[in-house]
Design a protein around this ligand. Structure first.
Ligand code: PLP
Length: 341
């Protein structure tokens, strides 16, 4: 299958599996897993934070971060379309009694600092206490540049709140901007990084922050059932990904651009955006996009969306796959035209 639905569908390579098999293991809840400890230290060094903690998923990582930053009745400001507001089943509110204050996300993927200023609440008995700004990079594949974080930091310091960065795909931003992970992390108080997307591990995320924050987050991780034992098997996959799967993210971005440049000449397809490893295309209502999807599936090509597709490139998609896919789309379209469906 050539699977464009998400970069979460990547499977561990044989070399990654070998690293997992060879990993020295212990019980991580006891702090005894050497592979986990080494990975956490490596991430702390890479981000410039004091500490790091391996977590089962990005959602669990963000949840532990929000709950570690905020107490019951505190408020976090975030974007309407950001993961920490929209896609985490309301976990921060349900499990932490933390009040979300979502605001509109700009076309750039950023939150306008004026919009944040407009919802800032006084320290007054009527209001929830402002505690945290929760940002995202990349958002829908859009890279948020370094100077935005610099301004957000100044703003947060002026108004006395912390910044959490949902950096599920932060390495896509890092390779696109040609910077170091540290360069972004210096402006935030915590970061969550996913390894099961473009980096290709079977599961796992890492939360990084100060020693005190990660200590609180460890208790929270246990509380939500996220304390795992021989997690070194996952940590070793992550370690392998850091060595072998970061710079190649550039290839995914190149493949996304290639797909966009080929599909834009196909009648009925309009490219609306190409952001790092994601291509957004709109399909002419005159075309039966559902049927096209079915035909593509029969040819081993999976896409998601109705009339608007999000095509995600990743580790398991090659240049040849991109070319084959666009050719197959053309073939399916002419079949549909002949059959008048
Ligand atoms: C994927 C993703 C996450 C975490 O998702 P999980 O499936 O829980 O690992 C968090 N934030 C963003 C922006 C994401 O894209």
């Amino acid at each position: 299958m050539i699977d464009f639905r998400s970069d979460t569908v990547t499977r561990p390579t044989d070399a990654m599996k070998q690293a997992m098999i060879n990993a020295p293991l212990g019980d991580d809840v006891y702090g005894d897993d050497p592979s986990v400890n080494a990975l956490e230290q490596r991430l702390a060094d890479m981000t410039g934070f004091e500490a790091a903690m391996i977590v089962n998923s990005g959602t669990q990582s963000n949840l532990c971060a929000l709950l570690a930053h905020c107490a019951r009745g505190d408020e976090y400001i975030t974007g309407q379309g950001y993961h920490t507001y929209l896609y985490e089943a309301g976990g921060a509110a349900v499990l932490g009694s933390i009040v979300p204050q979502p605001i509109a996300v700009q076309a750039s993927g950023e939150l306008a600092l004026e919009d944040i200023a407009a919802v800032l609440k006084e320290n007054d008995q009527h209001f929830a206490m402002r505690r945290l700004l929760s940002l995202e990079n990349t958002h829908c594949g859009k890279v948020i540049p370094l100077d935005y974080f610099q301004h957000a930091r100044t703003f947060a310091d002026e108004h006395g709140f912390a910044i959490h960065l949902d950096g599920a795909r932060i390495f896509n931003a890092v390779v696109e901007l040609g910077i170091e992970l540290k360069d972004i992390c210096q402006y935030v108080d915590s970061i969550s990084i996913c390894f099961s997307k473009g980096l290709g591990t079977p599961m796992g995320s890492v939360l990084c922050g100060s020693k005190a924050l990660i200590q609180r987050a460890r208790r929270l991780r246990k509380m939500v059932g996220g304390g795992t034992r021989q997690a070194g098997m996952i940590a070793s996959a992550m370690d392998y990904a850091l060595d072998h799967h970061i710079s190649r993210l550039k290839d995914d971005h190149t493949h996304a651009k290639l797909f966009a440049s080929l599909i834009k000449d196909v009648e009925g397809f309009a490219v609306t955006a190409v952001n790092t490893n994601m291509v957004y295309v709109d399909i002419d209502p005159a075309l039966n996009s559902e049927l096209l999807k079915q035909l593509l599936k029969a040819e081993g090509i999976l896409v998601s969306g109705g009339r608007s597709w999000r095509i995600v490139t990743h580790l398991d998609i090659s240049e040849a796959d991109i070319i084959y896919t666009v050719e197959t789309i053309k073939d399916c379209l002419s079949l549909m035209q002949q059959a008048k469906v």
